[in-house]
Design a protein around this ligand. Structure first.
Ligand code: EPZ
Length: 423
C-alpha cells in the first residue's frame, strides 16, 4: 500500500485548479442507465470512486469511453447492451454509492438486485429510506443472501413520499426512479445538497420533468423514455473547501481556480470567523491567513448548513487555534476517527459522543499516522502541512477515492510532499 510523506512548516503559495465534483459525478454516471441513448459527461474527476462505478456499469454491459479533454476527462457511455441488472457485493462494498443503481435499473428494467452495501468506517449507513421509498413507488423489495431484490412488474407508479430523514442518496435514488414512473411523484423533506440539483439538471437535459431542485420538495412527472445528453459536471465544493483550509493552516496564499463559491457559504462564513481571508477574483477565490486562528464552535448539518464532509478538515485547522472549539457531528455516528491520529501529532482533542472538544495548541509535530476514511485522511495531510517535521500517512487508498492529483496540486503550491509506493 502507498504512503504519503509530508514535511511541514511551509507556507503554501500558488494556484490550484478545482476538479469536477465526485459526489455529482457518481449519481450522474449511474443515471445514464436510465437511457439506451448516448450520454456524454465532461469534467469527470479521475478518482478511484469514479473508476469503481464505471467498473460496475461495464459489468452490467455498458460501453464506456474515457478520454482526456481540454477541461478534464470526457466520458462517453452507451447503455444499449445492458445484459445484467445485478450489482455484486465485491463491487458494491468498494463504494456505497453503488446502491444508487437500484432506482435506475428498477425504473428501466422493472427488476434489479443490488448487494447490501454494508457499513463503512463512518457509520452503519442503512438504506431503509431508499427501500421504503421504492416500495412507495410500487416496487416489491425482498432481502436474501445479502442482496436487495427489487421488482416492479407493471413498472413504477408515481407517488407522494415523505422522507423520514434528510438523505442525499435516498433523494437521488428516488428522483432517478421517478423519472420513468407512470404519473407524478412528489418527494417531501428532500436533501438540498448541490449534487442533487446537478443530478436533476442532468436528468432534465435527458428529457426528464423535474421541478423544485434545490428545495426540500421535488416534483417529478414521469416520462416514457429519456434521451441522449452532453453534460459538464460542476466543480467539487468539498475539494474547494479542503484546499482553502490548506492555505489557512499553513498561513499561505492559494488561488483556487474554478472555486464553487456559491455552494460554500456556510464553510466560508465559518472560515472567515476563524480569521481566514477569502477574496473573490472572477471564477476564482484567493484564500490566505495572516493572524491567529480564532477558535469557533461548529455543528454539521444538511445543506446549506456546515457540511459533514468538511468536518475533519476544519478540525485540523482548529487544532492550532488560540483557544478551544467544539465540533458536533450530527450526520454520521462515527465520523471522528481522525481524532486519535491528530492527537498523535500533538493535537489536544477529546471526544464526548457526537461532540469533539478541540483545545488549540501552538504547534503540531509530524508523526506516522493512518488514514481511516476519505475526509479523515485529507485532514491528516492538512495537519502534516502545518506540523513541524515529517508526517507519514499510510492507507492513502482512502485519499485516492476523492482527491484528484492531490500530491501534484500541493507540490505546485510549494508543499514538500511525496507519494511513496509499494509498502
Ligand atoms: C452522501 O452520502 C455523500 N456521498 C457523503 O459524502 C456525505 O457525507 C453525505 O451524503 C451527507 O452529506 C455521496 O454523495 C456519494 P445520507 P449518503 O443518505 O447519501 C442516514 C464523502 O466524503 N440514512 O445523506 O450516504 C445515514 O446513516 C461522502 O464524499 C439512513 O438512516 O448520506 C446518515 O446518518 C461521505 N437511512 C444520514 O442519513 C437511509 O436510507 C445522512 O446520510 C439513508 C441514510
Amino acid at each position: 500500500m502507498d504512503q504519503i510523506k509530508v514535511r511541514g512548516g511551509i507556507k503554501l503559495n500558488g494556484i490550484i485548479e478545482v476538479s469536477g465534483s465526485k459526489n455529482a459525478s457518481l449519481p450522474i454516471i449511474i443515471a445514464s442507465l436510465l437511457t439506451e441513448r448516448k450520454v456524454t459527461v465532461r469534467k469527470v474527476p479521475d478518482l478511484a470512486d469514479v473508476r469503481t462505478i464505471l467498473e460496475l456499469l461495464t459489468f452490467f454491459g455498458s460501453e464506456i469511453k474515457l478520454t482526456s479533454g481540454v477541461n478534464g476527462k470526457v466520458l462517453e457511455i452507451n447503455n444499449t447492451n445492458i445484459t445484467i441488472n445485478k450489482a455484486p457485493y465485491e463491487l458494491v462494498r468498494k463504494m456505497r454509492a453503488s446502491v444508487l443503481v437500484l432506482g435506475a435499473l428498477l425504473a428501466r428494467y422493472g427488476k434489479a438486485s443490488v448487494s447490501l452495501p454494508g457499513g463503512c468506517a463512518i457509520g452503519t449507513r442503512p438504506i431503509d429510506i431508499h427501500l421504503n421509498g421504492l416500495e412507495s413507488l410500487g416496487a416489491s423489495i425482498s432481502l436474501e443472501d445479502g442482496y436487495v431484490n427489487a421488482e416492479a412488474k407493471k413498472g413504477l407508479i408515481g407517488s407522494e413520499i415523505n422522507l423520514p430523514k434528510v438523505s442525499v442518496g435516498a433523494t437521488e435514488n428516488l428522483m432517478m426512479a421517478a423519472t420513468l414512473a407512470k404519473g407524478k411523484t412528489v418527494l417531501f423533506n428532500c436533501a438540498k445538497e448541490p449534487e442533487i440539483s446537478e443530478l436533476g439538471k442532468f436528468l432534465n437535459t435527458m428529457g426528464a420533468k423535474i421541478l423544485g431542485l434545490g428545495t426540500d420538495k421535488i416534483t417529478i412527472y414521469g416520462v416514457d423514455e429519456l434521451g441522449e445528453t452532453d453534460f459538464t459536471v460542476a466543480n467539487d465544493r468539498i475539494e474547494t473547501g479542503t484546499y482553502a483550509i490548506a492555505a489557512a493552516i499553513t498561513g499561505g496564499v492559494i488561488k483556487l481556480q474554478g472555486a464553487q463559491t456559491n455552494q460554500l457559504f456556510s464553510v466560508f462564513d465559518i472560515l472567515s470567523k476563524t480569521g481566514v481571508s477569502i477574496v473573490e477574483d472572477g471564477d476564482a477565490i484567493i484564500v490566505s491567513r495572516e493572524g491567529d486562528i480564532i477558535p469557533f464552535d461548529i455543528a454539521t448539518q444538511p445543506y446549506p448548513g456546515f457540511p459533514t464532509d468538511m468536518q475533519a478538515q476544519i478540525m485540523a485547522l482548529l487544532s492550532l487555534a488560540n483557544g478551544s472549539s467544539i465540533i458536533t457531528e450530527n450526520i454520521f455516528e462515527n465520523r471522528f476517527m481522525h481524532i486519535p491520529e491528530l492527537v498523535r501529532m500533538g493535537a489536544n482533542i477529546t471526544q464526548e459522543g457526537p461532540t469533539a472538544i478541540i483545545k488549540g495548541v501552538k504547534k503540531l509535530k509530524g508523526a506516522p499516522v493512518m488514514a481511516t476514511d476519505l475526509r479523515a485522511s485529507v485532514s491528516l495531510v492538512l495537519a502534516g502541512l502545518a506540523a513541524q517535521g515529517e508526517t507519514v500517512i499510510s492507507r492513502i487508498y482512502h485519499l485516492d477515492r476523492g482527491y484528484e492529483d492531490l500530491v501534484q496540486k500541493l507540490t505546485n503550491c510549494g508543499a514538500d510532499i511525496d507519494r511513496i509506493t509499494g509498502f
